[in-house]
Design a protein around this ligand. Structure first.
Ligand code: PMP
Length: 440
């Protein structure tokens, strides 16, 4: 309800929603604990009420060291030591912390150009653009790719940044059921039936938009199915690889690598450096003609802040290690082992777990949002940090815990987590199946 004062609704009036009143207030401290130190294998959480930086910039307050299942540190590159951190520190000393400008205005460092080259090579495209934020990459690229008269077909579980960018473009948007090839084909057929298949008329362009690995479900895109439809319906394809780049495929090169699809056949490969690379920022990789055009027309490039030198150094250092034979392979193998081990362990205990076997994102279903704070607090008592998710990221009745596995975790870490889940699962009555037999 709006509390109208003097004929005007106060600016906060629409905060007064079901979500804010009934839910957010009760589970605030699951989401909003400040952290300190590296969000690596462990993470240090602080009590919001006691945290302070004194006059010498020393942190004071009550801290808790926890095993970290809440960061997207898939390959363990969130580190303050090692070759990437050394390179980033050295770059900080030489180049400072900011480019003090937008990418379009003389703020493109040599490191920026090198990251563009290396990420393009890594994903198998001719060229790439680098942005200072993944969200901005999606939010500003769609208006440069499509406009009124074009059609975007978007998976229902696509990330908020894709939806934001798609709306901003002015193109028509249709949403297809998650990973459902029959629904996508039906929508394609309906769209094209009014015109000529080879030209997409009456649409100027048709762009299908999906993610590689879905961040709330842990599902992987049905890329073979989409490529089959692409042959028949000749649409353009945009894949957001925020969670899959560096994390899936025998060489960590994402879903094309995983499904043995030639990246040349996918028009736009988007990704972020926030997850597997332990850095910040986003990229768009495509053919050179597309990248040249986007460099001039995408507002996130023309008017967005340039990525900072230490961040670019971290990306380059991580990319070198992932692409390099031994260290990269070892981290990837560890990630795959850890993901499968935890997923199977949770299923054996009787939890309902969503997602693909090779996904490091492991959602454990609670269904009831009222159980979220209890789960989070019980884990915290056992010195384990987890993320609990509900509306608006998922439907209310599909509230869940989402574990993010890392190559930095040891088998002992995951065993400790499994013991904790077993205890808390019984206490909260969230084991919905009798469990499966067998082990790894
Ligand atoms: N795309 C997807 C699929 C994401 O999950 C995210 C963030 N988690 C983004 C884009 C935005 O990236 P960033 O956090 O690097 O801004």
């Amino acid at each position: 309800h709006l509390m109208v004062q003097d004929g005007y609704a106060p600016i906060y009036s629409d905060f007064d929603s079901f979500y804010a009143r009934r839910l957010k207030l009760r589970i605030n401290d699951c989401f909003e604990r400040p952290t300190t130190g590296v969000p690596g294998r462990y993470i240090t959480l602080l009590d919001r009420e006691t945290v302070d930086y004194n006059e010498h910039f020393r942190l004071t307050g009550t801290t808790t060291d926890t095993l970290n299942l809440s960061s997207y540190n898939y390959l363990g590159f969130a580190q303050s030591e090692g070759p990437c951190a050394d390179f980033a520190e050295d770059t900080l000393r030489k180049s400072g912390i900011t480019m003090t400008g937008t990418i379009g205005d003389a703020a493109t460092s040599t490191l920026h150009v090198e990251v563009e080259r290396q990420i393009a090579k890594f994903v198998g495209k001719e060229d790439a653009l680098v942005f200072s934020m993944g969200f901005v990459t999606n939010a500003t690229i769609f208006p440069a790719l499509v406009d009124k008269g074009c059609l975007i077909l978007s998976d229902e579980l696509n990330h908020a940044s894709i939806r934001f960018g798609a709306r901003l473009s002015g193109a028509s948007i249709q949403v297809f059921s998650h990973n459902n090839m029959a629904d996508l084909e039906k929508k394609l057929r309906d769209a094209i039936s009014q015109g000529q298949p080879r030209t997409h008329r009456p649409w100027k362009k048709i762009l299908v938009t999906v993610e590689g690995l879905y961040s709330m479900e842990g599902t992987m895109v049905n890329l073979p199915g989409i490529m089959e439809l692409k042959k028949r319906y000749r649409f353009y394809l945009y894949i957001d690889e925020a969670h899959s780049i560096g994390a899936v495929g025998p060489q960590g090169r994402g879903v094309c690598d995983y499904f043995k699809v030639d990246p040349a056949k996918v028009e736009i490969l988007m990704g972020t450096f926030t997850k597997s690379f332990g850095a910040n920022g986003g990229y768009i990789a495509a053919d050179k003609v597309i990248v040249d055009k986007l460099r001039a027309t995408c507002s996130g490039q023309a008017f967005g802040e340039a990525p900072t030198p230490p961040v670019l150094a971290q990306i380059l250092g991580a990319l070198r290690q992932i692409a390099g034979e031994e260290m990269g392979k070892e981290r990837l193998q560890r990630l795959v082992f850890n993901s499968r081990y935890l997923r199977l362990g949770l299923k054996r205990l009787g939890f309902i777990v969503y997602g693909h076997d090779d996904s490091p994102i492991i959602p454990l279903m609670l269904y009831n949002p009222a159980k979220m704070p209890a789960f989070s607090h019980e884990m915290l008592k056992r010195k384990i940090s987890v993320v609990v998710v509900t509306y608006p990221a998922t439907p209310l009745e599909l509230s869940r815990v989402r574990f993010c596995v890392s190559a930095a975790h040891t088998k002992e870490d995951l065993d400790r987590l499994l013991v904790a889940c077993d205890e808390v699962g019984d206490a909260l009555q969230i084991k919905f199946s009798s469990g499966i037999a067998g082990g790894l």
